[in-house]
Design a protein around this ligand. Structure first.
Ligand code: ZN
Length: 191
């Protein structure tokens, strides 16, 4: 029979290696408001950002991003040949095209506008700002705002999608991961 101390040592060694394997730096979401708005709007975006941060650090988010398929094919549309694993790594690296550097942080700068259109938020590759349509911000639930924040921020990483609606667009990186976060956030709110 083996000495019990040997078993304990083995167990400790095993748990240490597990902890090491999981010691990736946690991802942060930092929101900056470039203009003021009502306390309700500010609070909604802050709550949505907090939920988003929680989701980005879960194993389920990793497995959904890496396991994404559409029409039976693994991968996203408009991915420019990137694998699901490369896309996940780019997300957790948090290196925005206009502000490069691996900081594991989603830097989100917010401005507001109002237009009775169907556009929820707008952003451009020339700017680090996410311009949020107050029409939708006021209607949306917190988890829908989380989905919008990640969608827009994914554009900051350089991921795009077609401008017009088509069935492929829903499987682009900003849309697919935006819906993913919206749904995971809804589950977190329900808990
Ligand atoms: Zn978009």
């Amino acid at each position: 029979m083996q000495h019990p101390l040997f078993l304990i040592t083995l167990f400790v060694a095993f748990t240490c290696s597990l902890a090491e394997a999981r010691s990736i730096e946690p991802m942060k979401v930092e929101v900056e408001f470039l203009e003021t708005s009502t306390p309700e709007r500010i609070k909604k975006i802050q709550s949505a950002a907090k939920l988003l941060e929680k989701i980005l650090n879960t194993e389920i988010f990793k497995s959904r991003v890496e396991g994404y398929t559409h029409n039976g094919v693994r991968g996203y549309t408009d991915s420019e040949g990137r694998s699901n694993e490369q896309i996940y790594k780019m997300i957790i690296d948090g290196s925005e095209v206009l502000s490069p550097g691996i900081d594991h942080t989603a830097n989100i700068k917010i401005t507001f506008y109002y237009r009775p259109s169907s556009t929820v938020a707008q952003t451009s590759t020339q700017s680090l700002v996410i311009d949020f349509n107050k029409k939708y911000l006021d209607q949306f639930t917190v988890n829908e705002v989380s989905g919008t924040l990640i969608h827009e921020w994914l554009h900051k990483l350089g991921f795009g999608h077609s401008y017009r609606y088509n069935s492929r667009r829903d499987h682009s990186i900003p849309y697919a991961i935006g819906y993913m976060v919206r749904d995971l956030a809804e589950d977190l709110i329900d808990e």
